[in-house]
Design a protein. Structure first.
Length: 340
């Protein structure tokens, strides 16, 4: 069976993550994330991401993490500013809206939000007859694989400060963003600019799990109660703590992400040599626009996702993962060569 390029979480986990879980499989641990592994993992994450005073909570998945943080951070009448392509707006089945909070959508550019997007929202939300914008939500890497620069993140932080807004970074693919060849953002800047962010594990070689860092003390107060109230507290929280401990003890987290990007770069180079139009993306999501028949052939053979149906043409997405090998990329490129 051919390796699938559908997403970056179709293979269970990195062998080193599974080995860590096996090593402690018979060890008794304090439940609910209060164990020694979770405490150690939290300290490693706070140090790496420049959040010495942050609070770290281990949750099961990205939608759950976004919902828990945003609903804790916002009052009933407060709203989230997000790109139209933002994960909370498109791929979370109304989870945030289900908590009673409106998502105010902005267009952005190349998958990224800019201060001018926020300024337009603030200019049009002026009184108590409209929701009060309170938080800017961004993803790094973005839904189309682009990444924020150091200056862009600082500009967003400054804009949020001018308007009394919180800044939250969805880090489902944060590893891919920070190991991109085009990246100039040190991990420590994430903690410096964000009121909250999470370090994605599900899409970077962990069995499951996300590490949510709550930087703003006003949000962190009583946060564990909020997690429990939202049904998001894992009894066996140590199962996530063990994984993040293994991922950050020796650099495995970034090693897996770097490999993911390297395989994507190899794929992009090969597709370009074949003359295929590639959307610019410096991370592990590769977007290609093809005639409908050829796009459908790729989807059938490699499970890649239909991103946009334009009638006679389709944009499809290939995603590499920690489990993608050079031979898998070569096989796909051979298929592409024969197809076109």
């Amino acid at each position: 069976m051919s390796h699938k390029f559908q997403n970056d979480y179709s293979v269970l986990a990195s062998p080193r993550i599974l080995e860590a879980l096996s090593r402690y499989g018979q060890e008794e641990n304090v439940p609910y994330g209060l164990d020694r592994h979770s405490a150690h993992a939290a300290s490693l994450i706070k140090e790496k991401f420049g959040a010495p005073n942050g609070s770290v909570y281990f949750l099961s998945g990205g939608t759950q993490t976004n919902l828990v943080f945003l609903s804790a951070a916002l009052k009933p009448f407060e709203a989230v500013i997000s790109l139209g392509s933002g994960h909370i707006n498109v791929h979370e089945t109304g989870a945030v809206e289900g908590t009673g909070h409106k998502i105010v959508v902005v267009p952005g550019k190349e998958g990224k939000m800019y201060p001018e997007d926020i300024e337009k929202v603030m200019a049009t939300h002026r009184d108590m007859h409209m929701v009060k914008p309170r938080l800017a939500y961004i993803s790094n890497s973005t839904e189309i694989g682009t990444i924020y620069t150091r200056d862009e993140l600082r500009a967003l932080r400054e804009c949020c400060d001018r308007h009394g807004l919180l800044l939250f970074i969805d880090g489902a693919r944060l590893g891919s963003a920070l190991t991109s060849k085009q990246n100039d953002v040190p991990p420590s800047l994430i903690g410096a600019v964000a009121d909250g962010f999470y370090v994605g594990g599900t899409k970077n070689g962990l069995l499951f799990g996300e590490a949510l860092v709550v930087n703003n003390p006003s949000i962190a107060e009583g946060f564990a109660y909020h997690i429990k109230n939202r049904g998001a507290m894992l009894a066996k929280g140590y199962a996530v703590g063990i994984q993040f401990e293994a991922a950050f003890e020796d650099g495995l987290y970034f090693e897996l992400a770097e490999k993911t990007n390297r395989m994507a770069d190899r794929l992009k180079e090969g597709l370009k040599r074949l003359g295929l139009p590639i959307m610019d993306s410096p991370t592990n999501q590769v977007f290609v626009t093809l005639p409908k028949g050829k796009a459908e052939a790729f989807i059938a053979a490699y499970g890649c996702e239909l991103w946009e149906d334009q009638g006679e043409k389709m944009t499809i997405r290939f995603v590499t993962s920690f489990a993608t090998e050079e031979k898998d990329v070569v096989e796909l490129l051979d298929f592409a060569s024969s197809l076109i």
